[in-house]
Write a protein that binds this ligand. Structure first.
Ligand code: SAH
Ligand code: F3S
Length: 481
C-alpha cells in the first residue's frame, strides 16, 4: 500500500458511531498497510451486526482484535508487545476475548493458540465473514481459527463501517492478494492469490461515499494496475475465461475511467502501482480526468538490475526510466514516490550506488525506505543468505533517506509562489489556527483557517516550504467546491 505506517508507531484504535441496541464492546487495533485499515472497517461492519460497538478503552472491551502486519520482523515484534499488554489486562478481566487478524494470523496460524496460548481467536484476511461463527465457538469456551485463503472473496458485498474517519477521505479496496512473488515479500503467502472486485460494487461504494459527503477516495490494492474483472475468480485463471468474459473484461484503466466519470467532483487516488503493470492507458486516463490526483506511488526497491532480478521484479532499471519518462511527458506535474529496500542479500556497494543514481534521475517527491528484513518462507529466505551486515544496511538506508530528503525539498520548492488546490482534511498538528490538507500531488499544505472548513477545496498560495510541507495562505475556494 501507499504508506506503510511506521512499524514503531502505536497502532490506531478505531471507533465508530454506536449502533442502537448493541451492547458488546469491540476494540480493534490496526497495524501495517492501508489495506489492513480498510479490512478493519469491514470487520467492524460484520461485528456491528453481531451486537458490537467499537470502543477505545481496553479495560471495557469484551473483544479485542488486533489486525496485524508481517512485512518486516519489527512489525511483528510490535504486535507481540501489544498482545502481552492485552493479556495483562485479561488477567484481571477473564471475560475479555483476544483475537489476531491479518497477516500474522495467516503466517503463524495455530501457533498462537497451541504454543503461545495468548489468544482465543485467529482469523486470516479472507475469513472475516466467518467471525460470527468463530465467536460463538469462543463463547462456548473453545478456541477458534480460520485461516483459509479464498479464490474469490473480495468483501464486495459488505459496506464498511468508516472508522476514525474525518468524513473527507476513504479507502475503497479493489483487489486482494498478490501474484507477483517478489522474493523478499511475505504478502503473497499471507494474502493469497490476486483477485479483483466487481466494478459495479466499487462504483456503488464510491457513490455511497459521495452521498455521505466524502470528497476523496483511494482505490486500494497490493498492485492496482493489474486489476482485471472478468466475472470473478483468480487473476491467474483469466486464461480459462470464456470468450465473452475476455471480450468484456475491465482493466485498471477502464475502472479508473469509470470511477472518475461516476463522481467528477471527487478526488480519486490509487495505490499501489507496480512498475511492471503500469500501462500508458492508465497514465492517459489520469491526464484526461481533472479529478484523478496527479500522484503515483511507484515502488522500485532497488536501482541495480542484478538486485531487481534477484528480487524477481519484472523490469529493468532502463524500463523503469522509460516509464518515468512517459509519466513526465504525459503528466508533467505528476508527483512520484518510491519504496526502497537496502541490504537485500548480496547487495554490493556498486548496487547501492545504482540505487542512489536511480533516485538522482527520478528525484522522487516522497519515499518509504526500509532495511531488508528476512521473512521466513519467502524465496529470498530459502535461497539466499541474509549476508549484508546490519550496520551496512543501516548506513545505506541513511544515505538514501538523506538523498530523498534533498529531493523532497527540491520538489516542495517548485511550489513556491504557485497557487495550488488543497482539500482540507484536519487541523494542523502544530497549530489550532491552521488547517492541514493535501495537494493533488499528495504534498501536505498548511495555512491559516480563516472561514474555511474541513472538506473544502481551497486555492492556496504557497510562500514557504520545508522538505515535507508547503506553507501558504488561502486565496479563495477552488472551482471544485
Ligand atoms: N505491493 C505492495 C507492497 C507491500 S509491502 C504495496 O501495495 O505497496 C510495502 C513495502 O514494504 C514494499 O514495497 C517494500 O519496499 C517493503 N518490504 C516488503 N518486504 C520487505 C522486507 N522483507 N524487508 C524490508 N522491506 C520490505
Ligand atoms: Fe509484495 Fe511484490 Fe506483491 S512487494 S505485495 S509481492 S508486488
Amino acid at each position: 500500500m501507499e504508506k506503510i505506517i511506521d512499524d514503531n508507531k502505536q497502532g490506531n484504535t478505531l471507533t465508530t458511531a454506536p449502533r442502537l441496541g448493541n451492547n458488546k464492546k469491540l476494540l480493534i487495533e490496526s497495524y501495517g498497510c492501508q489495506m489492513n485499515f480498510s479490512d478493519s472497517e469491514i470487520v467492524a461492519s460484520i461485528l456491528a451486526k453481531e451486537g458490537y460497538n467499537t470502543t477505545q478503552e481496553l479495560e471495557e472491551a469484551d473483544l479485542v482484535l488486533i489486525n496485524t502486519c508481517s512485512i518486516r520482523e519489527k512489525a511483528e515484534q510490535t504486535v507481540r508487545k501489544r498482545l502481552e499488554k492485552y493479556n495483562a489486562v485479561k488477567r484481571s478481566n477473564p471475560k475479555m476475548k483476544v483475537g489476531v487478524l491479518g497477516c500474522m494470523a495467516e503466517r503463524l496460524k495455530s501457533k498462537f493458540l497451541e504454543e503461545e496460548k495468548i489468544v482465543d481467536l485467529v482469523v486470516g484476511p479472507d475469513a472475516y465473514k466467518d467471525l460470527p461463527n468463530l465467536l460463538s465457538e469462543v463463547e462456548s469456551g473453545r478456541e477458534a481459527i480460520n485461516v483459509i485463503l479464498s479464490k474469490d472473496e473480495t468483501y464486495g458485498d459488505i459496506s464498511p463501517v468508516r472508522l476514525q474517519s474525518n468524513g473527507v477521505s476513504a479507502f475503497v479496496s479493489i483487489t486482494r492478494g498478490c501474484d507477483n512473488m517478489c522474493t523478499f515479500c511475505v504478502v503473497p503467502f499471507t494474502r493469497g492469490r490476486e483477485r479483483s472486485r466487481d466494478p459495479q460494487s466499487i462504483i456503488q461504494e464510491v457513490n455511497d461515499l459521495a452521498a455521505k459527503g466524502y470528497k476523496e477516495i483511494t482505490l486500494l490494492g497490493q498492485n492496482v494496475d493489474s486489476y482485471l474483472w472478468y466475472g470473478g475468480g483468480l487473476k491467474k485463471d483469466f486464461k480459462h475465461a470464456t470468450e465473452m468474459q475476455k471480450a468484456t473484461a475491465i482493466n485498471f484503466a477502464g475502472l479508473l475511467d469509470m470511477v472518475a466519470k461516476a463522481q467528477p467532483k471527487m478526488r480519486i487516488r490509487f495505490s499501489t502501482s507496480n512498475p511492471q503493470d503500469m500501462t500508458l492507458d492508465v497514465i492517459q486516463v489520469m491526464s484526461k480526468h481533472r479529478n484523478i490526483c496527479k500522484y503515483i506511488h511507484l515502488p522500485v526497491q532497488s536501482g541495480s538490475n542484478r538486485i531487481l532480478k534477484a528480487m524477481n521484479r519484472q523490469h529493468t532499471r532502463e524500463e523503469y526510466f522509460e516509464l518515468i519518462d512517459n509519466i513526465r511527458r504525459i503528466i508533467p506535474e505528476c508527483a512520484i514516490s518510491q519504496d526502497m529496500i537496502t541490504g537485500f542479500p548480496t547487495e554490493t556497494e556498486e548496487d547501492h550506488q545504482d540505487t542512489l543514481s536511480l533516485m538522482e534521475y527520478v528525484k522522487y517527491d516522497f519515499g518509504f525506505m526500509f532495511a531488508y528484513s528476512e521473512r521466513p518462507g519467502t524465496m529470498a529466505a530459502r535461497k539466499l543468505q541474509d549476508d549484508v551486515p546490519q550496520e551496512v544496511k543501516k548506513r545505506r538506508l541513511m544515505e538514501i533517506v538523506d538523498l530523498q530528503q534533498q529531493h523532497s525539498h527540491y520538489r516542495t520548492r517548485q511550489f513556491l509562489n504557485q497557487t495550488v488546490e488543497v482539500l482540507i482534511e484536519k487541523e494542523s498538528k502544530k497549530s489550532d489556527a491552521h488547517w492541514s490538507g493535501r495537494t493533488s500531488q499528495n504534498t501536505v499544505a498548511v495555512f491559516p483557517k480563516e472561514h474555511y472548513k474541513v472538506g473544502d477545496f481551497v486555492n492556496v498560495r504557497i510562500d514557504d516550504c520545508t522538505s515535507a510541507t508547503l506553507l501558504g495562505e488561502a486565496v479563495g475556494y477552488s472551482q471544485n467546491n
